[in-house]
Design a protein around this ligand. Structure first.
Ligand code: APR
Length: 251
């Protein structure tokens, strides 16, 4: 199933980076970012739904979309891909997990110290004063796909609460990006799992890793620009491929 050289490269690696995208949560029933633009939202492009301008021009549309996505995550469970990454980290000397996802399925599966490049659905903050906001226990109402919802209000300044995610046009959290960049340039193997490799600067990480001599491995059912960079392109679903790969390395 897996090339001997790949298994050997992973076995002898001292530092492995795992970079995940929405595809790692697909088998948990969470639509990938581009699939999430369905129903009411399919008529809007990402920059209208995932940008400060989009939020300012229609806060209820954007908040409704994120609350719908958050409700999906709260109702979902980690899948075998998330658990395989936890097991993998216990088997190798050093594993750095970097995710572009805004769900918390890696943490719920047991991964510690997740580097979150694009923030989290579960860490909202005030749009104006940036005060962190604690969601009430349950989502006030089950946000049906396509429903506009009025954003919560900041208890300090009464401005709108916004999702704690990095929007188009916003910069990545500095410290997280630095940690991710250093790990990509220092690792021996980088596994890119379930990302379309279209969004920068995250898409730069596997290229940096390859440039610094790392073995780059891609796991994705589809082709991406990374196919040209990766030494191994394993075509398939993360939840089906990863457990077998982790077992093969453990032997
Ligand atoms: N296993 C592995 N990969 C999968 C699976 C699966 N079961 N299902 C789908 N995929 C792949 C798709 O083929 C696609 O290449 O996952 C990738 C998901 O791509 P996107 O939806 O573009 O998500 P992602 O790459 O994470 O997007 C990066 O862009 O839109 C912004 O901030 C957003 O974090 C997101 C970033």
């Amino acid at each position: 199933m897996f090339a001997e050289e790949l298994i050997t490269a992973i076995k002898i690696a001292r530092h492995i980076v795992v970079l995940t995208g929405a595809g790692v949560s697909a088998e948990s029933g969470i639509p990938t970012f581009r699939d999430a633009q369905t129903g009411l939202w399919e008529n809007f492009d990402a920059t209208q739904l995932a940008s400060p301008q989009g939020f300012q021009s229609d806060p209820e549309l954007v908040w409704g979309w994120y609350e719908w996505r958050r409700a999906q995550v709260l109702g979902a469970r980690p899948n075998p891909a998330h658990y395989a990454i936890v097991q993998f980290a216990e088997q190798v000397e050093q594993l750095t997990l970097i995710t572009q996802n805004v769900d918390d399925l890696h943490e719920r599966a047991g991964s510690p110290n997740v580097i979150r490049l694009h923030g989290s659905l579960h860490q909202p903050r005030c749009f104006a004063c940036a005060s962190p906001y604690a969601f009430p226990e349950a989502i006030p109402q089950e946000p049906a796909a396509g429903r506009r919802l009025p954003p919560s209000r900041c208890p300090h300044c009464n401005d709108y609460i916004r999702p704690g995610v990095v929007w188009f046009g916003e910069s990545l959290p500095e410290a997280e990006w630095r940690r991710a960049e250093l790990a990509a340039k220092a690792c021996d193997v980088l596994l890119s799992i379930g990302t379309s490799a279209l969004v920068w600067p995250a898409a730069q990480l596997p290229i940096d890793a390859a440039r610094h001599g790392a073995v780059v491995v891609q796991i994705n059912p589809d082709q991406t620009p990374l196919n040209a960079v990766a030494r191994y392109n394993i075509q398939g679903k993360a939840g089906e491929i990863l457990p077998g790969l982790v077992d093969a390395v453990a032997l």
